[in-house]
Design a protein around this ligand. Sequence first.
Ligand code: FAD
Length: 306
Amino acid sequence: MTRIASLRSGDLPLPPLAGTAEAGGSLADFIWFRTGGAAEWLVRPRDMADLAQFLAALPPQMPVLPVGVGSNLIVRDGGVPGVVIRLPKAFAKVAVEPGNRIRAGGAAMGITVASAARDAGIAGLEFLRGIPGTVGGAVKMNAGAYGREAKDILVECTLVTREGVIEVWPLDRLRYSYRHSELPDGAVVVEALFEGAPGDPVVIGAEMDRIAAEREASQPLRSRTGGSTFKNPDGHKAWQLVDAAGCRGLRKGGAQVSEKHCNFLLNLGDATSADIEDLGDEVRARVKAQSGVDLQWEIARVGVRK
Ligand SMILES: Cc1cc2nc3c(=O)[nH]c(=O)nc-3n(C[C@H](O)[C@H](O)[C@H](O)COP(=O)(O)OP(=O)(O)OC[C@H]3O[C@@H](n4cnc5c(N)ncnc54)[C@H](O)[C@@H]3O)c2cc1C
């Protein structure tokens, strides 16, 4: 759908857009927890140039939040002020390039990237099979599993800054650390270039299958969840601290600490985002009291409380 938008948010006009801009667009419809309020504006740009022009013309005081599929996100119940950018399918292309490289759009899913790498005989990207988010989310979060992270395979990424400038950032500029990048606020990752090593598609495929089976056995994949809730503190596993503090299965409203993997929080069906966030904070307090460790949220919490 293409629509020219000339819309108003309070006193702030939205600039024209070739894509779509939906007032009060639901985020709970697609994010993993299925909870939380709406975006003031949910914007789906048509292409990179459309996004750049839109952001360049957007009043600077208007906040901008890019989202992927919300597999690491709590959207608070009062919703998200300003503009939420969701990249549509046009940004999900994946192409093989010489030098064991894969170029992927910001909206491409990790599993799609891993599968394309397997088919092209490129090893080293298998871990993306187990991370149920987009390329944009993985680049922002330095997503990782099985000893590898986005920083180990990323060559460069293309982003559109909050000011609407298209820039190519080499790996070093993102200053990666554990589940953290220095991507500026409001910048949207629209493309990433990954590099692996030559490999046998059969061996790569077998490793991807192993990862999928291990995930199925250990994580609540079919639940409304947000992935790992807390970062692993130095020298500890977050789930072990949560377990030791007696929080496995702990409930608040419609939210519960997963019995299967206690670094995952669940929406049992009727949870609010406040239930989920308050449960997480309760777990943090109990872990602090039991072990003295201050757990840090890995899940991004966005928007305002009701
Ligand atoms: C069952 C399950 C298992 C998981 N396992 C792992 C794991 O093993 N390892 C791991 O690291 N994570 C894991 N996660 C968490 C999650 O999948 C990753 O963090 C993923 O990279 C998030 O991608 P997303 O597209 O869902 O991002 P979202 O959750 O939508 O957003 C996460 C953050 O990225 C930002 N963001 C999203 N898209 C863009 C973009 N295009 N440009 C700029 N910023 C953007 C958002 O603003 C937000 O700050 C798991 C989650 C689930 C539900």
